[in-house]
Structures are given as structure tokens and as C-alpha cells.
Design a protein around this ligand. Structure first.
Ligand code: TYD
Length: 209
């Protein structure tokens, strides 16, 4: 495949949206074609699945249903959008990918290794070339979210601190298991400090292209 696939990950409140925007501008100055997308969602069908997953009304949704819906959204996203863009040579940046399912569903919900198996099928084996992980403790992440004015909490954000601690543990394990792919960045630093470390990780991969 000719393109390059980058994911950005982080626990709730880690400043992911701000850094994603800065990162995309940085890449656009350096690469001819940069496409941004997100999960769950990214295509019309996958966005419909997203609404279903995040709707706070869906309190009865079981962990396995949730896991399969994230995987279904991803299957559609990969086949309809990400793979074709990579084939065309684009740099594709996605706001979350399989690592989110490992952290939230395998660790957070306690579903374990089936999550990795299901998602290998869903993503047809596709993995990011580089993953930026914004590392912030769940306590600080939740406090930041609550300070944000007018922010309506979605179903996942309304989970308990114990859940978010398990999610964090999942990300920690992913970082240790994939040191070559995942750039772990301390998100408690200032926006500019975090961004300069992201740039360093991006420069390292851009120079190899
Ligand atoms: P979103 O509004 O995109 O939140 P954020 O800004 O934190 O990315 O909501 C996505 C939520 O879904 C978020 O709480 C993380 C969760 N999630 C999973 O649990 N599993 C997954 O596979 C993905 C992609 C997201």
C-alpha cells in the first residue's frame, strides 16, 4: 500500500481534539494529500452505528453488543474509506482505531482477548503505521472534561472512575507491547509541549518515507 496510516488515541479529556487539529495542519504543510477521519464513524453507515453506540438512552446495551458495534463501524470504515485512500497514496489520520477497542472493551469492559480477534477480522488486518497516544491519568482527564463548559457527557464518558482506570491500564499495556508503533506522549504538559513531541514523532516517520 502506498499511503501512510496514523491513529491518535487518548483517554477522555486528554486534549486529543486540539492536538489532532494541530497535527493535521502540520502534515498538510508537508504531504500532498492528508485525509482526516474518526471512529466510531467516518462513513455514513458507520456514523449511524456511532449514534446508536453513544446514545445515553441505550443503557441496556451489553458489553458484547457494544464491542461488536464498534467493530462493525470499523469494518465499514476500513473497507469503504481507509483502504481506498491508502491505495491512492494518502496520509490517513484517524481519531481512534482498534487500540480504543482494546482499551475500552477488552480492558474497560473486561471482554479480554476476543476483542483483538474480532477486530483483526473487522479491520481485515489493517494496523496503523504510527499511533500517537496522549497519556493522561483518568483522574485528570475526567476533571478536565467536567471543567469544559456546555459539554454533554456521552454514554462512555458517564462511566465510573474505576472503568476509566481499567481503560488506562489497557492503553498502558498497548504502549508496552507495541513500542515501535505507539508514541506515548505525556498529555499533562502544555499544549505546545505536547505538540512539539507529536511533531518529533511525525518527523521521524516522514523522513523515512
Ligand atoms: P467521542 O465523542 O469520539 O469521544 P473522544 O473525543 O473521547 O474520542 O466518543 C467516542 C467514545 O467511544 C470514547 O469514549 C471512546 C469510545 N470508544 C470505544 O469504547 N471503543 C472504540 O473502539 C472506539 C473507537 C471508541
Amino acid at each position: 500500500m502506498k499511503g501512510y496510516f496514523i491513529s491518535i488515541e487518548g483517554t477522555d479529556g486528554s486534549g486529543k481534539s486540539t492536538q489532532l487539529e494541530k497535527m493535521v495542519s502540520y502534515l498538510k504543510e508537508r504531504c500532498p494529500r492528508v485525509e482526516v477521519t474518526r471512529e466510531p464513524g467516518g462513513t455514513p453507515v458507520a456514523e449511524k452505528i456511532r449514534e446508536l453506540i453513544l446514545d445515553p438512552e441505550n443503557k441496556a446495551m451489553t458489553a458484547r453488543t457494544e464491542m461488536l458495534l464498534y467493530a462493525a463501524s470499523r469494518a465499514q470504515h476500513v473497507e469503504e474509506k481507509i483502504r481506498p485512500l491508502l491505495e491512492e497514496g494518502a496520509v490517513v489520520v484517524t481519531d481512534r482505531f482498534i487500540d480504543s477497542s482494546i482499551a475500552y472493551q477488552a480492558y474497560g469492559r473486561g471482554l479480554g482477548q476476543i476483542v483483538g480477534e474480532v477486530n483483526r477480522i473487522a479491520a481485515d488486518g489493517l494496523e496503523p503505521d504510527l499511533t500517537i497516544f496522549l497519556d493522561l491519568s483518568p483522574e485528570e482527564g475526567i476533571a478536565r472534561k467536567r471543567r469544559e463548559e456546555r459539554h454533554e457527557m456521552d454514554r462512555l464518558e458517564l462511566e465510573t472512575l474505576a472503568f476509566h482506570r481499567k481503560v488506562y491500564e489497557g492503553y498502558d499495556a498497548l504502549c508496552r507491547q507495541n513500542p515501535a508503533r505507539v508514541a506515548r506522549i505525556d498529555a499533562a504538559q502544555s499544549v505546545e509541549e505536547v505538540f512539539s513531541q507529536i511533531c518529533r514523532a511525525l518527523d521521524a516517520v516522514l523522513s523515512r518515507r
